[in-house]
Design a protein around this ligand. Structure first.
Ligand code: CA
Ligand code: CA
Ligand code: CA
Length: 195
């Protein structure tokens, strides 16, 4: 019996993605000669890095994030920017994820102190839901900054976080631009569709 393993790298350009992907391919080949016949068996597996939008930073076990420090004039512009990246306006689902966003914020000290996140109470005052329609209390993280939400000037319906942590309600289309976080889900955690 002859057995050998081939390892090689395949560079593959994917037409639906802007980035080139690198795969590692492991192929096992075996054959044996029986009665003048040579059955041939080829098995293999392929693994590759995940496609992620350009400029997103990976935090293992949490997600990919991009911080738009220059901001957007409105919440809706922030939403569409993330969506155009193939991502979504970030939603904090754990204390760990909040720590990640705070760590990114800390690296950008000149950014304004509030950044949009993917939740709001646009439909009904005080009824906070994510951009996917999930109740904020079901996301796994609903730690408001002390004194928030305050619906300042009766006009704050869009979600945000403080630089040093904690959620805040913020204007959707006033006093901008406001920074914002986009999130790209890890493999196995596909982003829900925005209805
Ligand atoms: Ca998240
Ligand atoms: Ca409000
Ligand atoms: Ca507020």
């Amino acid at each position: 019996m002859t057995f050998w393993v081939l390892l090689f790298l395949v560079m593959f350009s994917c037409t639906s993605a802007l980035t080139e992907r690198q795969f590692q391919v492991s192929i096992s080949c075996s054959k044996c000669e029986v009665g003048g016949l040579t059955p041939f068996t080829l098995t293999g597996n392929i693994s590759g890095n995940n496609i992620k939008p350009t400029g997103y930073e990976l935090f293992h076990g949490v997600g990919y994030y991009k911080f738009y420090t220059e901001g957007a004039m409105t919440y809706y512009q922030a939403l569409s920017t993330c969506k155009n990246d193939g991502a979504h306006l970030a939603i904090i689902n754990s204390q760990t994820e909040e720590e990640v966003l705070k760590s990114i914020y800390a690296k950008n000290p000149s950014a304004k102190p509030w950044a949009y996140l993917g939740f709001n109470d646009i439909e009904k005052e005080g009824d906070y839901v994510t951009i996917f329609g999930e109740r904020l209390c079901d996301t796994g993280f609903m730690k408001w900054h002390p004194g928030k939400p305050d619906n300042h000037e009766g006009n704050e319906d869009c979600g945000s976080m403080f630089r040093h942590g904690g959620l805040n309600d913020l204007y959707c289309d006033k006093h901008g631009p406001w920074p914002f976080f986009c999130e790209y889900e890890l493999p196995g955690h596909p982003s829900p569709k925005i209805s």
